[in-house]
Design a protein around this ligand. Structure first.
Ligand code: BES
Ligand code: MN
Ligand code: ZN
Length: 495
């Protein structure tokens, strides 16, 4: 159940709720009228208590205290929204998510959010997104006393001038986008024994049916017949056979742009014959997070109906060691025609994507965007919270950067270094698929670049941020749903 979102009527001090939450920007405690009113209601103690607890309004910082029964709300929650360099939209989304998550963890059923006056509709939409994102938990496999007992039922948005049509619409769209992100999170959190390539393909077809998209699904034979020999090679060591899925959304009006999203969908990555160490191997159930993000985007499209033609491509496989598995030293063809020498079977993602990119470029799109948990090296470069993106097109780079900022997701551009291309030279085939250890995220991107043709292309290496070790801002522990919001913002900027 997702919380109901209501627009509060009357002043904040009249809303009955378990919690009232107020956003506080860094260093602004006590400077806004809503805070003053709450502060007065508790005899001016709120300010002193928050200061004593060293609440400064840092992003993700919270302070909670009782209202002593002097307000219709039991408790006051202050949520830090950080400094001005983050966009207002992202700060509002984080505020709502943190408030709802905190309230839910304390067993609240009804929450009032105090919104700043003159909130723009985009920010209101972001608040609705944040409510859904903050309420999310993956509880499917928790039984008896572990199953959740209480969850937030109602979130009241206070301080909006009045209930206009555009406000209602913004909230509705925000909820749908929030749900698209949680759909992505669910797919990533789902264990690999359940979320097989076949199951993923079913999930994608269901979404297509729900929204009226065209859907094409290729099974192992279909993949071979289509000439996607690299995807086939990656998947051949598993009894859970690979799939390729192509969803198409065509707008009612003449499309302004054609865009392809491609996701890496390794439903499990054991490393294959070049098997990974046991420690941390469980995290490789999330090696389909790129594909899950594309699924989230396609789901959001059903709600947004943008004037853009959108293709969602999914390369789905399980990388396993087996008598039939592909080996280091093997040579395979590809959809593009180039031959590839296999070096390390754990560098499977770029192989699956290579065929996906060749397929994408045949669609002659205005831009191809891929998302992949591709390299540990991207995490060495940027840490666990920031994704790398690569593109040779500066126009697309700045559009992408802006979209990420509005989404409140962390991305940093890395270079496609031509001088590292030499590492991919093979003696027996057109290309080998890995280089040396240094610059590993870049050589992976350089390998992919061989398969995109001339279409403008953005490659996102999202290995770090798709899983979080602890909750932070709009991201919960576990699957975060990164980079669904960024992709949605980018898509909207094209319409
Ligand atoms: N799926 C992994 C990358 C990864 C590692 C994602 C850790 C998230 C957390 C990818 O398939 C992989 O194994 N990459 C190798 C490439 C290497 C063998 C060239 C890597 O990064 O170690
Ligand atoms: Mn791997
Ligand atoms: Zn992988």
């Amino acid at each position: 159940m997702i919380p109901h979102i209501l627009i509060g009527k009357g002043v904040l001090e009249r809303q009955k709720a378990d919690f009232v939450a107020l956003p506080i920007a860094m260093g602004t405690l006590g400077t806004d009228p809503q805070f003053d009113r709450l502060n007065q209601a508790v005899d001016g103690e709120l300010r002193a208590l928050a200061q004593q607890a060293e609440f400064a309004g840092r992003a993700d910082q919270v302070f909670e205290c009782t209202t002593l029964g002097r307000l219709p709300q039991q408790r006051i929650l202050l949520v830090g929204t950080g400094t001005d360099d983050a966009r207002e939209e992202a700060r509002m989304r984080n505020f709502a998510a943190v408030a709802v998550r905190h309230g839910a963890n304390s067993g609240a059923l009804r929450l009032a959010l105090a919104l700043p006056p003159k909130l723009a509709v985009e920010q209101l939409r972001a608040v609705a997104e944040g409510v859904i994102l903050g309420a999310y938990r993956f509880t499917k496999y928790l039984t008896s006393e572990r199953s959740p007992k209480r969850q937030i039922e109602t979130v009241i948005l206070c301080g909006l001038p009045k209930e206009t049509v555009s406000a209602k619409r913004a909230i509705e769209v925000g909820q749908k986008i929030g749900q698209a992100v949680t759909l992505c999170r669910d797919a990533v959190n789902e264990p690999s024994n359940v979320m097989t390539p076949e199951r993923f393909a079913h999930t994608a077809s269901n979404i297509a049916r729900r929204h009226g998209f065209r859907a094409k699904v290729l099974d192992a034979r279909g993949i071979d017949r289509a000439g996607m020999a690299l995807l086939s090679a990656v998947g051949r060591g598993s009894r859970n056979e690979p799939r390729f899925v192509h969803l198409t959304y065509v707008p009612k009006s003449r499309p302004k742009k054609k865009i392809v999203f491609l996701g890496k969908g390794l439903t499990f990555d054991s490393g294959g014959l070049c098997i990974k160490p046991a420690a941390g191997m469980d995290e490789m159930k999330s090696d389909m997070a790129g594909a899950a993000a594309v699924l989230g985007v396609m789901d959001a499209i059903g709600a947004l109906t943008p004037p853009v033609e959108v293709h969602g491509l999914f390369v789905l496989a399980e990388n396993m060691p087996d008598g039939n598995a592909y080996r280091p030293g093997d040579v395979f063809g590809s959809l593009d025609g180039k031959t590839v020498e296999i070096i390390n079977t754990d560098a499977e993602g770029r192989l699956a994507l290579a065929d996906g990119l060749a397929y994408a470029s045949k669609l002659r799109p205005d831009v191809i965007i891929d998302a992949a948990t591709l390299t540990g090296a991207s995490m060495v470069a940027l840490g666990k919270s920031c994704s790398a993106y690569f593109t040779a097109d500066e126009g697309w780079s700045s559009r992408f950067k802006l979209a990420a900022q509005m989404a409140g997701e962390s991305f940093w551009q890395m270079p496609l270094l031509a001088e590292l291309r030499d590492q991919l030279k093979s003696d027996v085939a057109d290309l080998k698929h890995t280089g040396d250890r240094f610059g590993g995220a870049i050589t992976a991107a350089m390998f992919l670049k061989e398969f995109v043709g001339d279409a403008p292309w953005i490659h996102c290496d999202i290995a770090g941020p798709v899983l979080a070790d602890r909750p932070k801002n709009m991201y919960p522990k576990g699957a975060t749903g990164h980079p669904v919001l960024t992709f949605i913002r980018l898509l909207e900027a094209l319409g």
